[in-house]
Design a protein around this ligand. Structure first.
Ligand code: 5GP
Length: 187
């Protein structure tokens, strides 16, 4: 296997919180769980997996390849106003899904549930479009920061209150391509 570039190594500048191997193992488990739950539904209706841009893209790409059932993929763009690291609770859809959701089984895929404002808004909004069902799959959850009660149907990992980066998550649009999840050393 080819070594990752030097700045991708866990030592600098990020401390590794969840390794690429641990992520892959958990994503496989989530995919198996979703396959078991949704496989039978795909015989009679469409299952659509909606990735929340941009943070969920890498997680979604790995997850859908672990779902052994017919599904479609769509994306929604969200922006929450506030400074870069603190959610304000004011959420806006910047790019909508490409097809109607009525009658479909929807699985929303998020990178992280932090305060819960973004997902709370999103799930309420999508529920108004009359899907047959709607569930949430999140890679990470920071329960210490929770301000909204959010039910996560499929959860990858519960993490401590640290600002994390990698595997889709960014700092100022950078580092989404780190293969592991890390945090700024000392934070
Ligand atoms: P919430 O509305 O739940 O507070 O925040 C959700 C969004 O804030 C996430 O989708 C993500 O874009 C961003 N966010 C929250 N915590 C972190 C974090 O630790 N690292 C990164 N990179 N983004 C985060």
């Amino acid at each position: 296997m080819v070594s990752p570039p030097a700045w991708n190594r866990p030592s600098e500048p990020f401390a590794e919180l969840i390794s690429a191997e641990a992520i892959a193992a958990r994503v496989a488990e989530l995919g198996a769980q979703i396959t078991a739950d949704y496989g039978p539904l795909t015989r009679s209706s469409e299952v659509v997996v909606i990735g929340v841009l941009k943070g969920s893209v890498i997680f979604l790409a790995d997850l859908v390849r672990r779902i052994a059932a017919p599904i479609s993929v769509d994306f929604i763009g969200i922006s929450s106003y506030g400074d870069a690291t603190v959610s304000s609770g004011v959420v806006q859809i910047t790019q909508d899904v490409s097809r109607p959701l009525e009658g479909k089984h929807v699985i929303v895929v998020e990178d992280i549930v932090d305060t819960g404002h973004t997902v709370h808004y999103l799930m309420e909004n999508l529920a108004t479009r009359r899907p047959a069902s709607i569930k949430l799959c999140a890679l990470l959850h920071k329960p210490e920061r929770s301000e909204r009660t959010v039910h996560i149907d499929y959860l990858g990992f519960t993490i401590p209150n640290k600002f994390v980066v990698g595997y889709g998550l960014d700092i100022a649009q950078q580092f989404r391509n780190l293969p592991f999840i890390g945090y700024v050393q000392g934070s």
